[in-house]
Design a protein. Structure first.
Ligand code: FES
Length: 103
């Protein structure tokens, strides 16, 4: 699957996270001091919308029960075995491109 445009840098200021929907799938797009990261938008706990969570440094906090995930690796902060899938990101001309797997 080629990289797909998810958003522009203007839509994702440092310290923010937004939800992007593609078909039936939700993704969480984060900006950690200018480093853009893409994760699945579905929390592995009970399916909370990670794209509606909050950033604290590089940790992404789920809005439902406040589990936190490393936005670079997807690992849960209290159990590394629990992981959110992460996806490659490229930024070109102010556009954020994400390589998501084929449906
Ligand atoms: S659904 Fe995300 S912490 Fe419970």
């Amino acid at each position: 699957m080629p990289f797909q445009k998810f958003a522009t840098l203007a839509e994702l200021p440092p310290g923010s996270v937004i939800e992007i929907l593609r078909g039936d799938d939700a993704y969480a797009l984060c900006n950690v001091n200018g480093d853009i990261r893409a994760l699945s938008g579905v929390c592995p706990h009970q399916g909370g919308p990670l794209g509606h969570g909050a950033m604290e440094g590089q940790l992404l906090t789920c809005p439902f029960h406040l589990w936190q995930f490393n936005s670079a690796t997807g690992a849960c902060d209290f159990n590394e075995a629990i992981r959110v899938p992460t996806y490659p990101v490229r930024v070109e001309n102010g556009e954020i491109l994400v390589d998501i797997p084929d449906a």
